[in-house]
Design a protein around this ligand. Structure first.
Ligand SMILES: [Zn+2]
Length: 56
């Protein structure tokens, strides 16, 4: 399963389920220092997408 999260800043984060939390937190640390979300909040913001969108 893959997930896509559209950050309010316009960045699209596309990740495998296992990588989603790490990728989103990396973006937050990079682009939005000081903001953090719980695992549940991140999962609620992410929408499932077909794995093929990952380009694998
Ligand atoms: Zn952002």
């Amino acid at each position: 399963m893959a997930f896509q999260l559209n950050c309010p800043c316009g960045t699209q984060i596309l990740s495998r389920d296992d990588d989603l939390l790490v990728d989103v937190r990396a973006h937050l640390a990079d682009a939005h220092p000081g903001r953090d979300y719980s695992d549940n909040e991140i999962r609620m913001l992410a929408a499932p997408v077909p794995d093929r969108l990952l380009g694998a």
